[in-house]
Write a protein that binds this ligand. Structure first.
Ligand code: NAD
Ligand code: MG
Length: 390
């Protein structure tokens, strides 16, 4: 008999969160949802609360949230804000916390979940970009499992399982290249948020969709892979693969490359993380390679899509610099979505924010949080003085 997992879903109404609910609904005997957190689509959250009757929910800062949920009946406990997210993530008795929040705001709840001894299924890559060292140390100390949900890292996890780490030569992350893959810098100057939000192979939340279009997503994923698998950044390569069928690969010392392939559908990596170490039938359409046709591969255009190199630069400097880069990116993406800067300003804002920032020696949560906040202020100042269109 398989033990039922008590799970908490942070960001349950988002792209990853709602697909996590679909996976849970496919295997209702395997999972019991005991906690939910959201800051949007409160009608959806209300439906989830009615269905799962969790012990605790956390509503984000959106002022419409509380009235939408109305007065929750005991025993449902309602918590709020960043403190509430930490409280929910460390709810006693839970087995697994799915972190599908967006941005560095996901780091504290991840650490809270680990401290409470809960396993974590992590979609929130910004957690590892900002605080990878701390998170991995905490995972070791508390002997919990940290499983990625990001499709590339789930692919790598499968390719690496059971292998001798000493035989791994390179990790190869695949990237769709996003909607502007073959654009020149000149063409990129005039693209708008609505064009960037039209991703060719994946349907995702707004922030990660823009990150995919700038290639920052691959930069964040390179840092994520570095922390998860302990491979130095220079041995983590990126290849553009527009069909998104190969989700990533591992190259071994004898020249073999092992890849994981499947239909691009996040419900597969989510299920992998939720049911690990079991492998079960999923909701995902079979991958018919005979119908798929060509699989193609290209080098990324690093001159035009500068964010990828900014990420390599950030992890080379290490310390708090990846957190600074991440914070500047979050600010720049928000301004771009708002139409207040142009697409090509995104890497420029990040580069200027990182420039001159000391990497720091002691890495602790206070330093990372402070760097995150200083970087946001600096990025906003850079935008208002040099880039703002309004
Ligand atoms: P999203 O914007 O669709 O969803 C975010 C969720 O978090 C929403 O439910 C939102 O209401 C909730 N939330 C945000 N702030 C909150 C707060 N303060 N308190 C409580 N809830 C809050 O984002 P997404 O696309 O699902 O992405 C989530 C994470 O997964 C990101 O880190 C992203 O990079 C990563 N990821 C996403 C995909 C994808 O296909 N969407 C794939 C791989 C990795
Ligand atoms: Mg990914």
């Amino acid at each position: 008999m398989i033990k039922q997992k008590k799970i908490i879903i942070l960001g349950s109404t988002g792209s990853i969160g709602s697909q996590t609910v679909e996976v849970v609904n496919k295997y209702p005997k395997l999972f019991k949802v005991v906690g939910l957190a959201a800051n949007s689509r409160f009608d959806l959250l209300l439906g989830q609360i009615k269905k799962f009757q969790p012990k605790m929910i956390c509503i984000g800062p959106d002022p419409t949230g509380i009235s939408a949920i109305d007065h929750p009946q005991a025993p449902l406990k309602l918590v709020r804000g960043p403190g509430g997210l930490k409280q929910l993530a460390s709810l006693p008795g839970a087995d697994l916390v799915v972190n599908a929040l967006v941005g560095a705001a996901g780091m504290d709840p991840t650490l809270a979940a680990i401290s409470a001894g809960h396993d974590v299924a992590l979609a929130n890559k910004e957690t590892l970009v900002a605080g990878g060292q701390l998170v991995m140390q905490a995972v070791k100390r508390k002997k919990v499992r940290l499983l990625p949900i990001d499709s590339e890292h789930v692919a790598l996890h499968q390719c690496l399982e059971g292998r001798d780490p000493a035989t791994v030569k390179n990790l190869i992350l695949t990237a769709s290249g996003g909607p502007f893959r073959s654009y020149s810098s000149k063409q990129l100057h005039s693209v708008k948020a609505r064009h960037a939000l039209n991703h060719p192979t994946w349907s995702m939340g707004k922030k990660v969709t823009i990150d995919s279009a700038t290639l920052m997503n691959k930069g964040l994923e390179m840092i994520e892979a570095h922390h998860l698998f302990g491979i130095p950044p220079e041995r983590i390569k990126v290849v553009i693969h527009p069909e998104s069928i190969i989700h990533s690969m591992v190259e071994f010392c004898d020249g073999s490359i092992i890849a994981q392939l499947s239909t691009p559908d996040m419900r597969l990596p989510i299920q992998y993380a939720l049911t690990y170490p079991q492998r079960l039938p999923s909701l995902v359409k079979d991958c018919r390679l005979d119908e798929q046709g060509e699989l193609t591969f290209h080098k990324p255009d690093r001159m035009t899509f500068k964010c990828l190199d900014l990420a390599y630069r950030a992890i080379a400097r290490n310390g708090i610099i990846p957190a600074v880069m991440n914070a500047a990116n979050e600010v720049a993406v928000e301004y771009f979505l708002d139409g207040r800067i142009v697409f090509m300003d995104i890497p420029a804002v990040i580069e200027k924010t990182m420039s001159g920032f000391p990497a720091g020696r002691r890495i602790d949560i206070a330093n990372i949080t402070k760097a995150d906040s200083l970087a946001r202020t600096k990025a906003e100042k850079i935008i208002t003085t040099s880039f703002n269109k309004k």
